[in-house]
Design a protein around this ligand. Structure first.
Ligand code: TRP
Length: 364
């Protein structure tokens, strides 16, 4: 079975370092290791519109931001097919047929849908139908490309489970047609859910606690230096706590032993630093400065690449257009298989035509 990687992001804002450690970094590693048959990365604008229907400009303007973020982290359009979801009409048709594979109560039980309903306060029945059914459209996104591996954050787990159910139900009814995907989660807890700079559970634009991939060096410095640490660590000699300490969670996500050799040879590794911090006698400022060096080293090449791509925005749109054309051909092949399996490819169905012809001949 070919190894096909696929994932996407909603264009509702620039991408931040939570996206980076949660999925982007992994995609680039996979891309460059080359141990796969094809990789697709897409901008889920149609999905973003399901809960931003009144804000089309936000979605429209963020398409290019996300594309620039993709290119700047090192996704390479020569290797990876980068496309825009709304430009692949085949996805809508697939979703339309998959709607018959899913019940209302199953959608209501989807934890992502459930929490999003609560969070966005649509409340019960006032949720837009398009938003309610977006797990089905996500199943179309994944199966259209016969993806076998989907690298996403933990929050997407219920979506992948629902996709697998749709695949199994479809294949059960119509015969083996669709491919079941596997989720690929980050392997480290810090990367699974990177907290905001304020220590809150999640980075989110509305909370203003994000470090964006496109933040300049001065902004990065300001954000790191004002990060939430341990409120009980008042004096340097006080023992510090690691639990809920955002600076240490970021170190878990970004720090490698080489960073100590390069920037802070007093310690061999992160464990030694943590031991000192919890013993007491280590100030937050020193740790923050170390984190800043690590983040700066990681983000500087990303910023530099972004600057280059920003110089030729029409070329970025062209790249997206070419990617979308390529993606559309792949999705169309899957749609053909689906129509064939569902036996709605009437004009290619010579057996059906012959049968019907015979039936009516016998009658006459
Ligand atoms: N729901 C995903 C998110 O909010 C975006 C997305 C849409 C996606 N379709 C997908 C991710 C298919 C992986 C595969 O981030």
């Amino acid at each position: 079975m070919p190894k096909i990687i696929l994932t996407g992001d909603r264009p509702t804002g620039r991408l931040h370092i939570g996206h980076y450690v949660g999925s982007l970094r992994r995609r680039v590693q996979i891309q460059n290791a080359g141990d796969y048959d094809k990789m697709f990365v897409f901008i889920a604008d149609a999905q973003a519109l399901t809960d931003n229907a009144d804000n089309p400009d936000k979605v429209r303007e963020n398409v290019i931001e996300v594309a620039l973020d993709y290119l700047s982290v090192g996704l390479d359009p020569a290797k990876t097919c980068i496309f825009i979801q709304s430009q692949i009409p085949e996805l809508c048709e697939l979703a339309f047929y998959y709607m018959n594979m899913v019940t209302v109560s199953r959608l209501q039980r989807n934890p992502t849908v459930k929490t999003e309903i609560q969070m966005r306060g649509f409340g019960g029945e006032s949720i837009p139908v398009g938003f309610f059914t977006y797990p089905i459209s996500q199943a179309a996104d994944i199966t259209a490309f016969e993806a076998t591996i989907v690298p996403v954050g933990e929050d997407q787990k219920p979506m992948l489970e629902q996709t697998c159910e749709i695949v199994r139900r479809f294949n059960h009814i119509y015969g083996d047609t669709l491919v079941e995907p596997n989720i690929l989660l980050p392997d480290n807890a810090a990367c699974l859910r990177l907290p905001g700079t304020d220590g809150k559970a999640k980075m989110s634009k509305s909370l203003g606690n994000c470090i964006y991939l496109s933040d300049d060096a001065a902004t990065l410095k300001k954000k790191v230096m004002s990060m939430y640490t341990d409120p009980e660590h008042v004096h340097v000699e006080d023992p510090g706590h690691l639990e809920g300490n955002a600076v240490f969670t970021y170190l878990d996500a970004f720090c490698k032993d080489e960073h100590f050799a390069a920037y802070w040879p007093d310690y061999d590794n992160l464990q030694a630093l943590k031991d000192h911090y919890t013993r007491g006698g280590l100030g937050d400022m020193k740790v923050k400065k170390f984190l800043l060096k690590i983040l700066d080293a990681e983000l500087e090449p990303i910023r530099a690449r972004r600057k280059e791509y920003e110089k030729d925005i029409p070329a970025v749109y062209q790249m997206l257009q070419r990617g979308s054309e390529e993606a559309r051909q792949v999705a169309a092949r899957t749609l053909d298989k689906v129509r064939h399996a569902m036996r709605i490819d009437y004009f290619n169905d010579t057996e059906l035509i012959a049968q019907q012809a015979q039936k009516y001949q016998q009658q006459s």
